[in-house]
Design a protein around this ligand. Structure first.
Ligand SMILES: C[S@@+](CC[C@H](N)C(=O)[O-])C[C@H]1O[C@@H](n2cnc3c(N)ncnc32)[C@H](O)[C@@H]1O
Length: 324
């Protein structure tokens, strides 16, 4: 049996990045923190717990679709690509595709370094025929592949509706980065959460066990630890709701009282009821997302949806250029 093969490239963002992003976010009228900072080791653990919750339909729906359509995806996308997954998390969804796609290498990329290392090593151990080149990186800044990656046709995989964390114009910009990374004739398989009844959407982000609340509040624990801030977690609560006009779930941390918080040499005042906006999760119709993809230079090959119209999977490709 072939040896498991893995390389690991660490381009991890630093505490300075966290400090400058939080200070910039807190200087706006609506205070905010970029959602990428959810994912320290505890945040990644809590996200995995969220994916198991009864209310959180996206993960189980998308995984069932990947299982159902794995052969069809391989037929349409072809085999032997370099499979690149930005925001790979626990790599559970890519595992469903390996047998069918037979990639020449797998490139998981994630901002959560230790979580990525464990997940990538587990993939390498379970699929000894597969080269794994992991990169700990912030995909909003850098989409370059690890230098050790082999040459090959590129298929990007971006499941989990993480595209919903960008507003639609920024989603176009991010997809353009992917289009550039996969190159002419390259492909993208992307999971996109669909617009649906408010009741289903809001339940998914307000679970009865409070795991999503813990995930949201963990941001403050992280900022206390890494930036020496003094957030009192008892004085904050989780809030998530569907903003119909914008077509997005919004997550906020709500101040329970008037309070002052010290952070990196600054003092911030929060009024009772004031919020820190921590995440958007935009929802799309199939047609709306097709339009976003087209604006980024992708044509749609195939769209799959589940029977309940909860979630969509889009296989996209960039134009093949004829270089004379
Ligand atoms: C919503 S989870 C999805 C995980 C997995 N792809 C799935 O579908 O279950 C988002 C993942 O992207 C990673 N992530 C978030 N922002 C990132 C960024 N700016 N750069 C790299 N990884 C990021 C997180 O650490 C996390 O693993």
């Amino acid at each position: 049996m072939a040896e498991a093969s893995i390389t690991f490239h660490d381009l991890h963002p630093t505490a300075d990045d966290l400090a400058s992003d939080v200070l910039a976010g807190f200087s706006r009228p609506q205070k905010s923190i970029p959602p990428k900072y959810f994912y320290d080791a505890e945040g990644s653990r809590l996200f995995d717990a969220i994916t198991e919750l009864p209310e959180y339909y996206p993960t189980r729906t998308e995984m069932a679709m990947l299982r159902k359509y794995a052969d069809e995806i391989a037929q349409k996308a072809g085999t032997g690509h370099l499979l690149v997954e930005p925001g790979s998390g626990s790599c559970g969804k890519a595992r469903i595709l390996f047998e069918g796609l037979q990639p020449c290498a797998y490139i998981p990329m994630d901002i959560s370094g230790d979580h990525l290392r464990v997940a990538a090593e587990a993939v390498a151990a379970d699929y000894p025929w597969l080269e794994v080149h992991a990169a700990c990186t912030d995909f909003t800044r850098l989409m370059t592949l690890p230098p050790s990656s082999p040459e090959g046709r590129r298929l990007a995989f971006f499941p989990g509706s993480s595209i919903g964390n960008f507003d639609p114009d920024r989603a176009v910009g991010f997809l353009r980065m992917i289009a550039e990374m996969v190159g002419p004739g390259g492909q993208l398989l992307i999971g996109v959460d669909l617009k649906k009844e408010r009741r289903i959407l809001e339940a998914a982000y307000n679970d009865a066990q409070g795991v999503t609340a813990a995930f949201n509040l963990n941001l403050l624990t992280r900022i206390n630890r890494e930036l020496g801030a003094d957030f009192d977690l008892a004085q904050w609560r989780h809030r998530a709701f569907y903003n119909q006009a914008e077509g997005r779930i919004e997550m906020h941390l709500v101040s329970r009282v008037d309070q002052l918080v010290r952070l990196a040499g600054h003092t911030f005042a929060f009024a009772e009821g004031e919020t820190i906006h921590t995440e958007n999760s935009y929802k799309y119709s199939v047609e709306e997302f097709r339009d976003v993809a087209a604006r980024a230079g992708f044509t749609t090959d195939t769209v799959w949806t589940d029977d309940d119209n909860l979630f969509s999977l889009h296989l996209l490709q960039t134009e093949v250029t004829n270089e004379e």
